[in-house]
Write a protein that binds this ligand. Structure first.
Ligand code: X90
Length: 276
């Protein structure tokens, strides 16, 4: 069986060893500029453009055709998307899956709605690699990954909710009053795949400590952790140190948020995907 894993670029992952993998870009649109979230995207240039531009900016998800192209000629595709509750990516992937399966009746696409994004998507993708490599058939891989999703979560510290609010991806009542300079929003991806604030903290260190106590409360017990940051490598290390000290965890994997994630998780933000 010829397998392929396909994910949208909100996973921040462009290459994977040992498996057939492809990232499908979302777009960040700033005025008349279109920043395509591929590996070579210049993040500094995108941030400079965003901060010097006072007009409207937005994002857009892959089209069905773009998903179809990425499915290639695989007999079984595992397609992992950003939460269907904040993006059209899952919907266009499902439409692409229908087209693909009717064009090639002996092939199958499993669309996996992460109900999350970034590092939680990475956990799901890495688990898929492990399951596929163990030699299971595609249906079993799909069943197991659905089970696995029950124990993965996404928590975060965000430095602003501006771009969420501007693009109507958060309840305006929630966004109101949070945009105070220096106030960090500690929150999580809800079960429905929406942004759920849990606390507001003054300063990074308080926010990291607060997030660590939420990890404890959630019953975190030495599962895998992936941290991703937006232009904040020292914050990611500080967060990792908190987790190590408070939760006796060895070392998290640290990654960089790429185009889509760094548009919404604005500079200074930290995302944490973990297994509970
Ligand atoms: O279709 C599109 O244009 C993409 C829209 C994406 C909106 C959400 C992006 C989230 C990026 C920010 C922090 C984590 C929030 C998680 C809530 C599930 C990452």
């Amino acid at each position: 069986m010829n397998y392929k894993i396909v994910a949208d670029s909100s996973s921040n992952l462009f290459n994977l060893e040992e498996v057939n993998y492809e990232s499908v870009p979302l777009h960040i649109i700033v005025g008349d500029r279109d920043f395509v979230d591929v590996e070579g995207l210049n993040l500094d240039e995108m941030q400079e453009c965003l901060s010097s531009y006072s007009g409207k900016s937005s994002t857009s998800c892959p089209s069905s055709q773009e998903w179809m192209d990425a499915f290639g000629d695989a007999e079984a595709v595992f397609c992992v998307t950003i939460t269907s509750n904040l993006s059209g990516a899952c919907g266009s992937a499902k439409a692409a899956a229908d087209m693909y399966e009717s064009e090639y009746p002996d092939r199958k696409v499993y669309v996996i709605d992460s109900l999350s994004t970034g590092p939680e998507m990475v956990l799901i993708i890495e688990k898929l690699v492990e399951l596929i490599k163990s030699g299971m058939d595609a249906n079993t891989v799909y069943e197991k990954i659905r089970d696995y999703q029950k124990k993965t979560h996404l928590y975060f510290v965000l430095s602003s909710l501006d771009n969420f609010a501007k693009n109507g991806r958060i309840n305006p009542i929630i966004a109101k009053g949070i945009g105070i300079l220096g106030i960090k929003i500690v929150g999580k991806a809800s079960h429905e795949g929406t942004l759920k604030p849990m606390d507001k903290c003054r300063g990074d260190i308080r926010a990291y400590s607060c997030l660590t106590s939420h990890l404890k409360k959630c019953g975190y017990n030495n599962g895998r952790i992936i941290i991703s940051h937006t232009n904040n490598p020292s914050g990611a290390v500080a967060m990792n140190d908190f987790i190590k000290k408070e939760l006796n965890f060895n070392d998290a994997i640290i990654m960089e948020n790429r185009g889509l994630c760094s548009y919404y998780a604005e500079p200074g933000s930290i995302l944490i995907g973990f297994e509970a």
